[in-house]
Write a protein that binds this ligand. Structure first.
Ligand SMILES: CC(C)(COP(=O)(O)OP(=O)(O)OC[C@H]1O[C@@H](n2cnc3c(N)ncnc32)[C@H](O)[C@@H]1OP(=O)(O)O)[C@@H](O)C(=O)NCCC(=O)NCCS
Length: 430
């Protein structure tokens, strides 16, 4: 890390602030002593100009459309068909696992895949048609009481991480089964991570699902591409909650809630709904885009706070979606509409000026549809994929001796001098 300085003058008083440069050339002004030195803080709504921490987990170059996991380009994971479990281990531990480490982790994942018997009671208490994201967040939080994570060293952390990664897929499948009124399916000890999830999703008591290689590889890629993404909204949420000392499961449960929103993980649902709307309306994609722009609405699956270029994950998914549908023999009319919509948006001045490109959610929904994942489970799938990232960030922060509770300041814009009025003398506000 190299260091430079800049000078700031406030009320005639000059102070020097360090400028830090990371190994990839990112430059940040370190303002951590600003208030102490000057009594002044900074205003940065939505943190668009704020680096909230130092992190070595993933890196994004928004201008060039690049993403690295622990220094390795995301394309390498796709080209080498790296498994989701190995990707997770790399993100969480910081190094590529040895065979022995991998075997041990796989053993833990298998061992922890069933849910605590009492957890069934919670599932039974949700009303029919409950949203699987609500169930998932509640159930992960409930793990704090059933599984009681006490992280004191690396071994207890590895144990809790495996427990969470393993159970989240059982919880996801069981949430789906609960939402359609079917009994939960037990995990199988002979299946790998992704195949086991598909078994729990698609098996029924009278018919076992036979894992399909092509489908499992596609789902694996989906999970790998979602595994981490810098200080995004849900990851920042996990870090903020964890900074108070909250346990790993409670912190990740908060991450699920943050992911739920339309502007974050919920966009993969809207991207598919949008294609369905275009198909049903009979509008051409360019008529649809014109209408959306007039209504000042947003095109789901486009735009990103950091990328001002193609999201590399969207580029990878765009490349695999066609061949995948062909090899599964599942043509999808929405793919044609998606391609036309993409071409329309990318040649439209409004989007060109604002540098809005497809993001990961634009094509991922078509892949999930081909795999038979229902629409209300799309964001849950994102959550399973993002779990290793959340765990890695929680641990990175936990291990950092300089971590303090997250506690931003504000610019107070309320009244400075209001007086209390007795109830009988109050008048209705205009
Ligand atoms: C991802 C997202 C929340 C980023 O938001 P942001 O960084 O705050 O972007 P901004 O609100 O600063 O947008 C900049 C401009 O582009 C416009 N814009 C951003 N995304 C747009 C979209 N998908 N469709 C149309 N216009 C969009 C904004 O209206 C704004 O226009 P203005 O300058 O005329 O006001 C935003 O692009 C979005 O809502 N996209 C759709 C949802 C989505 O796909 N989310 C998944 C992200 S992985």
């Amino acid at each position: 890390m190299t260091q430079d300085t800049c000078t700031l003058t406030i009320d005639g008083h000059r102070i020097e602030l360090p400028i830090l440069t990371g190994p990839t050339g990112d430059r940040v002004i370190d303002i951590s002593t600003l208030r102490e030195q000057t009594g002044v803080t900074t205003l940065d709504p939505s943190f668009a100009n704020t680096a909230s921490c130092r992190s070595a987990i993933s890196w994004i170059d928004g201008d060039k459309g690049r993403l690295l996991y622990r220094g390795i380009p995301i394309e390498t994971f796709a080209e080498n068909k790296v498994s989701f479990v190995e990707t997770a281990m790399l993100l969480i531990s910081g190094h590529l696992p040895t065979q022995a480490e991998r075997d041990r982790f796989a053993e833990l994942l298998t061992e922890y895949s069933p849910l605590h018997r009492n957890m069934d009671l919670h599932f039974n208490a949700f009303p029919p048609n409950s949203h699987p994201m609500a169930i998932m967040s509640s159930m992960i939080n409930a793990m704090s009481t059933h599984d009681r994570p006490r992280i004191t060293d690396d071994a207890s952390f590895a144990d809790a991480a495996a427990k969470l990664m393993s159970k989240v897929r059982t919880i996801a499948a069981a949430s789906y089964k609960a939402s359609i009124g079917e009994p939960a399916v037990y995990p199988r000890y002979d299946l790998k991570y992704v195949e086991n999830f598909m078994h729990m999703m698609f098996s029924v008591p009278y018919r076992l699902y036979e894992p399909d290689d092509i489908a499992a590889r596609a789902l694996n890629l989906f999970l790998v591409l979602h595994a981490d993404h810098g200080q995004n909204c849900s990851t920042s949420t996990v870090r903020v909650v964890g900074s108070s000392g909250a346990n790993l499961f409670a912190s990740c449960s908060a991450g699920v809630c943050a992911l739920w929103g339309d502007r974050h993980g919920g966009a993969n649902v809207n991207a598919v709904r949008q294609l369905e709307r275009i198909a049903a309306s009979g509008l051409t994609p360019s008529q649809y885009v014109a209408r959306v722009k007039d209504g000042k609405d947003r095109i789901a699956g486009f735009g990103h706070r950091v990328y001002r270029n193609w999201d590399p994950r969207a580029r990878i998914l765009r490349g695999v979606v066609g061949p995948l549908l062909d090899s599964m023999n599942r043509p999808d009319p929405l793919l044609e509409i998606a391609r036309e919509l993409e071409a329309t948006v990318l040649s439209d001045d409004y989007f060109i000026e604002r540098r809005l490109y497809p993001n990961v959610d634009f094509y991922s929904g078509i892949i999930l549809r081909a795999l038979g994942i229902p629409l209300n489970m799309f964001t849950v799938m994102f959550a399973i994929g993002r779990m290793p990232g959340w765990i890695a960030h929680w641990k990175e922060q936990f291990d950092d001796p300089t971590t303090r509770i997250a506690r931003p300041r504000q610019l107070y814009v309320g009244r400075p001098d209001a007086t209390w009025v007795p109830r009988e003398l109050r008048r209705a506000q205009a």
